[in-house]
Ligand binder design. Structure first.
Ligand SMILES: [Zn+2]
Length: 425
């Protein structure tokens, strides 16, 4: 049976103008996109009046917690959360227990992904064994097993010589090396951005220079080795400008921004709310504004959530001891729509480019534009409805999000992956 998505507005990375069109799907393919497609007896009609159809999203920074912390999340629950948010592919981070630092573990994670997930699962491999910054992990073997990127995310690679050698391997194996930038001596013991708010709350701070110094070091090493460096979760304006300069100088560097670093800052911590505790920490309103402008100007290559599930028990402890991170897969699209697209601050084209097309290109996949002959991998988003992020709504095992029980504009109504409807509401 063919499916006809009728009267929707199609978003693409090329144009800020939405195109009104009907979309016909058969098997795993889009077999027609036209202003009007005549309904046939062999078609199921899906009315999309008032809805936006956009290429499905792809997230390059996700913590699925498996193996080791299946009480927080599993690859299965994580992928269901992704579907709930309109995401049909994701790249898992290696800071599991044990760390994903061997070809065998890469294969295991990918096998679990195939068996338990309804979307496409990719994984990184660690740069160093156990992410300990002591000894290199087998980068070539992990690449052969399917790793699409290497990173010690959660921690920086402390030793610059080790990082230099890792970059040389990454270059030889044609893998992006992703960097969590932090100088531990500067950030040790800190739990939030160091500044006026940390002083008044009496909490130990993490200065922005902890991130910025590491970022500058890593850029210099990328320039020296010629490796592709991908900077993860940039939180500071100064760090972002360093990346911008490096790009202008021809360094192979890409970078990501997370929705929470755009939307929130240290003032949101208020009365020690651990849903605003993350690493790198939420910084200032000036950083929010600069990062948003950087996203609009194209300094950021991709949006990525850094989805980081934690149990309620852990997040309910005091601010200083609660773990870093919030979930993000289910809230990313509605929150970016509500805060920016619905207000005309940026268009659907930016979202499609930065959260669908470029993330796929980052790991050498083809983007999935809505076009005749293309793979049917898109979502139907209703800007006229709203989403309330209740426990019942969310599919993630964890609910550590500042959006918990909040209602925001926009609802992901349908998710189509390889022609199959994974979600319809
Ligand atoms: Zn990180």
């Amino acid at each position: 049976m063919k499916r006809l998505y009728r009267h929707g507005q199609i978003a693409s990375e090329e144009s800020a103008t939405l195109v009104r069109a009907d979309v016909l799907v058969e098997g795993d393919r889009i077999i027609g996109v036209a202003p009007e497609i005549t309904a046939g007896d062999d078609m199921e009609i899906i009315e999309c009046e008032g809805r936006i159809l956009l290429p499905a999203l792809f997230d390059v920074h996700v913590h699925a917690r498996e193996p080791g912390r299946e009480d927080k999340e599993t690859i299965q629950t994580c992928s269901e959360a992704a579907i709930n948010g309109g995401i049909t592919g994701m790249v898992l981070q290696p800071n599991t227990t044990p760390a994903i630092d061997t070809a065998g573990l890469v294969r295991t994670v990918l096998e679990i992904g195939k068996a338990k997930s309804r979307i496409a699962i990719f994984t990184t491999g660690a740069i160093t064994k156990g992410r300990k910054s002591e000894e290199l992990a087998p980068i070539g073997a992990m690449k052969k097993a399917g790793a699409v990127m290497i990173t010690d995310d959660g921690d920086p690679v402390h030793n610059p010589q080790l990082l230099r050698i890792a970059m040389e391997y990454a270059k030889d194996f044609d893998l992006p090396l992703a960097s969590h930038c932090e100088v531990k001596e500067l950030s040790a013991g800190g739990c939030m951005h160091e500044g006026g708010v940390s002083y008044s709350l009496g909490l130990p701070g993490i200065p922005a220079c902890s991130e910025e110094i590491c970022l500058e070091r890593d850029i210099r090493l990328a320039q020296f080795t010629g490796a592709h460096l991908h900077i993860q979760h940039v939180s500071s304006a100064i760090g972002m400008r360093a990346i911008q300069r490096a790009k202008q100088d021809g360094v192979r560097v890409t970078c990501e921004v997370s929705p929470h670093h755009l939307l929130f800052n240290h003032e949101h911590i208020g009365n020690y709310d651990t849903h605003y505790k993350m690493n790198p920490p939420l910084r200032t309103t000036e950083d929010n504004a600069a990062l948003l402008q950087g996203l609009i100007d194209g300094i950021f290559d991709v949006i990525a959530t850094d989805h980081a599930p934690h149990t309620e028990f852990e997040k309910n402890s005091d601010f200083a001891t609660a773990p870093f991170g919030i979930t993000g897969l289910e809230t990313a699209l509605p929150s970016l729509f509500d805060a920016y697209i619905s207000k005309g601050i940026f268009g659907w084209d930016l979202l499609v480019k930065r959260y669908s097309a470029e993330p796929r290109r980052l790991i050498k996949l083809d983007p999935v534009p809505i076009k005749e002959g293309g793979i049917a991998e898109f979502i139907v988003f209703n800007p006229g409805r709203s989403t309330t992020f209740t426990r019942e709504f969310m599919k993630s095992k964890s609910i550590n999000t500042p959006f918990l029980n909040k209602e925001i504009k926009g609802l992901v109504e349908r998710v189509i992956f390889n022609g199959n409807e994974l979600l319809a509401r």
